[in-house]
Design a protein around this ligand. Sequence first.
Ligand code: FAD
Length: 402
Amino acid sequence: MMKDLNGTGMAPDGSLAQMQQTDIVIIGGGLAGVSAATALSRRGYDTTLISARDQHPPDFRAEKLGQAQMELLRQVGLDATASAQMTAFDGVWLYRFGRRVEQGGAREYGSDYADLVNALRRALPAEVRSVVAKVTEIDCGPDRQHIILSDGQSFKCRLVIVATGLGDTIRKKIGVDKQVVSPAHSLCCGFDLARARNDFPFPSLVWTGERFDDRISYLTLFPIGDKVRANLFVYRDFAEEWTRRFRADPRAGLREVMPNLERTFGPIEVVGPVITRPIDLVRVSNPQRDGVVLVGDAFCVVCPITGTGIDKALTDVDRLCNVHIPRWFESPGMPLAKIAQYYADPVKVARDESAMKMSLDSKSIKTDPSIYWGLRRLRSRTLGQARYAMKRLLTRRESSTA
Ligand SMILES: Cc1cc2nc3c(=O)[nH]c(=O)nc-3n(C[C@H](O)[C@H](O)[C@H](O)COP(=O)(O)OP(=O)(O)OC[C@H]3O[C@@H](n4cnc5c(N)ncnc54)[C@H](O)[C@@H]3O)c2cc1C
């Protein structure tokens, strides 16, 4: 018989909650949750995925993935589904201070985030029990975990994985606090261009801010289907006048901070709305609890400018599902001592720490007026110019000897 979670033995609607047994309950059907459900089911665990909605809602989040992230998706068996849904393109032209400095050839992929997550959801193994409901009660302990849902269903399991992204409800229910490491750290703007993909000479573009005072990190243009998608990353506040003006007239806003962009590639007209997302850097403090682990953005949010959020989420899933859970399930119980191994995993710790450090350093090098960061800027610029000059020389030599 189920543990009497709400003191009545009843579901919130008054009906008798029916207890179901499963090995693992995952709460949150975003990229981390769906990847974990797929990986665990393929390993033979009885897996239940609880999502707040039947579809991941339209959401401006990661829209570009590289080969490293595709490799992490491969490790959880999702690379084929992901690449079938995404638009592949080969290479990026990198511009600094209005000049082309690099022309890479590596394959990358563009997609609307919700479309990607929903494609991965549709490809969930049939064995995954997928439930759309809200968690109303959660009770975790060193042996068994109990969950009651808004539709009256209840589950008893060995482990709960919290993959609820920025959602706070479950984190609060299990008593884990969050710490805002850097409030209003950056701002991401997403919009579509009027011109089609074939109208530009590059496969994709990264154009960095041209002046220090503008607090612009970079603009990236890349294809999703036939259209060209733009992500602009800036160190500005959602409420400031610059942001209001940019949203009202993005073409004029781009001309102001990137005057050489239109001179190089012609008119950059924007169609549709400019979606803006302010970013706080966040990590949870003291997350170790019996029977429950946090993954992805539910554990830690880093700056999208670094392009490390997906890496971090998939590293969590890979280490948890492919290394720790198989060991934990060899013996009874799910006490804190087991859970602590995941949070101390050297691969996870290194990935989280480097993503957070990169998030903080990337802002300082673009905006911090101190002498230390001024010197770092000078060094980065000088080394960068020397590296690009060397590359140009080698390319010229290669083409003259060919
Ligand atoms: C604007 C922007 C741009 C970004 N760009 C990049 C990029 O270029 N590269 C990169 O690597 N990363 C980028 N990121 C970060 C990346 O998108 C995230 O790190 C990653 O998507 C996190 O995945 P997740 O599964 O942890 O969270 P999510 O994908 O947010 O999934 C959380 C899920 O949990 C559900 N949920 C929430 N609460 C509950 C609840 N109580 N019960 C049930 N379900 C619940 C939500 O509905 C959602 O489906 C970007 C982020 C933003 C905001």
